[in-house]
Design a protein around this ligand. Structure first.
Ligand code: HEM
Length: 497
């Protein structure tokens, strides 16, 4: 009896490691092993990597780096250390599919440009809408894209949009200023259904007015006129989904980038000062009129701040594609029906592409980025059709912010700082944790030494205490977190020139 118990125990103990090993390599055995066998002797191979557990793949490792350690770029760095650089491709299993990660400029460029070999494939298209521009392919894509690009991204449309949005921007900034303390961007509610309903009502109205009564000439009117080669128009569903797709694709992204701009300007007052100089000069002869796209085109530093903000913010950190057939690239095979994940974020945070990549340094844009290293808006036939519009909106936001507001304090103080405070000869500690002080801090306060270390209690934009590294930054789920080390580095590194 005892002997058979022992045998069972030994078997069980032996079984666990074997089971663990099997699970750890499951996806490699299932997906990669047969392919390795097929490719042997052809002089090509699968990109190196690890595909992880069944179903989960490498999701746990991915979340470990992104959510737990908050060092997203280490996910790729760890692969580089383990498997070498190769051509910047690694096999993995993420978001439920066997995939190839592409994280170097040349392979990213190749994938973006080979639209027939790699079609766009989002893990979920519910938000965008299955018939919206970001999801459809082929001729329908080209037709709608050409119309939308003309409508929102060409100089004349940008000029009109600039005039249209500025009064609203100024009003928004004024309302923020009255709030005293500005809370970081709160996640936009996914109100897709509501939006769809609103646009459907609008579409019905327009259809009723089709015989010339009250016709406008807006985006929806334009979409309603598009015809394919056989003269077929877009369905109501396609029309509405393309408008909603633009709102979804354009609203979140620009709002987040502007929030990041606010964050960086609060963190680097010297950048704000320089920005202010350029923007004040631009509106010197304006006599109260708003600036134009022509004015903006001459404002080099503002453009630099925009580029640096969108580089650091990495709003669209990864893009998805699907290999429509087996593709060979420089000795590596990308199997048919595997996902390809363009890891754009890594292009922007890799020190081989940008010096001190985690430093917010607008001056780096005095020289162009190395070719293929700056793909914030993607590339090829799907390059973001709102790229110039997004830049314009951020630049206008920076303009009104910098001419209207002298300093963006990371602190928000309410109440008045008593003048007598300057009579102190030694300030051991100052606790403003209740944030009850308001008004200019008397300049003579600067005489006090060690204040920097003792001044506690004010919250920065992340809602954390000043002088503590802000790890979570804005906290929006799509924003890939900056790690503590890089935030600290960023705090030290920017030197205004
Ligand atoms: C900072 C702001 C923005 C960023 C970082 C951004 C980023 C991107 C990226 C990387 C893509 C390519 C996706 C892919 O290749 O799979 C894309 C596509 C797209 N973007 Fe943007 N975008 C921004 C602003 C906008 C704006 C303002 C609009 C419109 C008002 C817009 C509408 C779209 C649409 C419709 C697509 C799909 C294009 C296609 O598939 O042909 N985006 N965006």
């Amino acid at each position: 009896m005892e002997t058979s118990m022992g045998v069972w125990l030994a078997l069980l103990l032996g079984l666990f490691p074997v089971l663990g090993w099997l699970l750890w390599w499951w996806n490699d055995l299932w997906y990669a092993f047969p392919l390795k066998f097929r490719y042997s002797g052809t002089g090509t191979r699968l990109p190196p990597g690890h595909m992880g557990f069944p179903f989960l793949g490498e999701m746990i490792t991915f979340l470990w780096y992104f959510k737990f350690l908050r060092r997203p770029d280490e996910f790729i760095n760890s692969k580089r250390r383990k498997y070498g650089d190769g051509e910047g491709m690694y096999r993995t299993h993420l978001f439920g599919s066997p995939s190839i990660i592409a994280c170097f400029p040349s392979i990213s460029k190749y994938i973006y440009r080979s639209g027939d070999l790699f079609i766009v494939k989002w893990p979920n298209v519910d938000l965008m809408g299955p018939t919206s521009l970001g999801v459809i392919h082929g001729k329908a894509h080209a037709r709608i894209r050409s119309y939308l690009t003309n409508a929102i991204n060409r100089p004349d449309s940008l000029r009109r949009i600039a005039a249209h949005v500025q009064p609203r921007m100024v009003a928004a900034l004024q309302s923020w200023a009255h709030q005293g303390q500005l809370k970081g961007y709160s996640a936009v509610k996914k109100c897709r259904k509501k939006l769809e309903a609103i646009f459907r009502v609008e579409l019905e109205k327009k259809k009723k007015n089709g015989n010339g009564v009250e016709t406008t000439n807006d985006l929806m009117d334009g979409l309603m006129k598009i015809e394919d080669d056989e003269g077929n128009k877009l369905s109501d569903q396609e029309n509405v989904e393309n408008i909603v797709g633009l709102v979804v694709g354009g609203y979140d992204t620009t709002a987040l980038s502007s929030t990041w701009a606010l964050y960086f300007l609060a963190k680097f007052p010297n950048v704000l000062e320089k920005l202010r100089e350029e923007n004040m000069a631009a509106c010197k002869n304006k006599k109260g009129e708003f600036i134009t796209t022509e004015d903006l085109s001459r404002m080099k530093y503002t453009a630099n701040v925009v580029e640096e903000t969108i580089r650091m913010a990495n709003i669209a950190a990864i893009n998805f594609r699907l290999a429509t057939r087996e593709v060979e690239y420089k000795g590596y095979k990308i199997p048919k029906d595997w996902k390809v994940i363009l890891w754009i974020r890594y292009l922007h945070t890799n020190p081989e592409n940008f010096d001190d990549p985690m430093c917010f340094n607008p001056d780096r844009w005095n020289n162009p980025a190395k070719p293929g290293t700056f793909l914030v808006f993607g590339g090829g036939s799907r390059i973001c059709p709102g790229n110039m519009l997004a830049r314009l909106q951020i630049a206008l936001f920076l303009h009104h912010l910098s001419v209207g507001y002298k300093a963006l304090h990371q602190n928000s103080l309410h109440g008045f700082i008593p003048n007598e405070i300057v009579n102190c000869t030694e300030l051991r500690a100052m606790d403003l944790s209740s944030n009850l002080l308001k008004g200019a801090i008397p300049s003579s306060l600067g005489r006090l030494t060690h204040l920097h270390h003792l001044f506690i209690g004010n919250l920065d934009l992340c809602g954390r205490q000043v002088h503590k590294p802000c790890r979570t930054s804005m906290g929006f789920p799509a924003v890939l977190p900056h790690d503590a080390a890089s935030d600290e580095a960023a705090g030290k590194c920017y030197v205004s020139t």
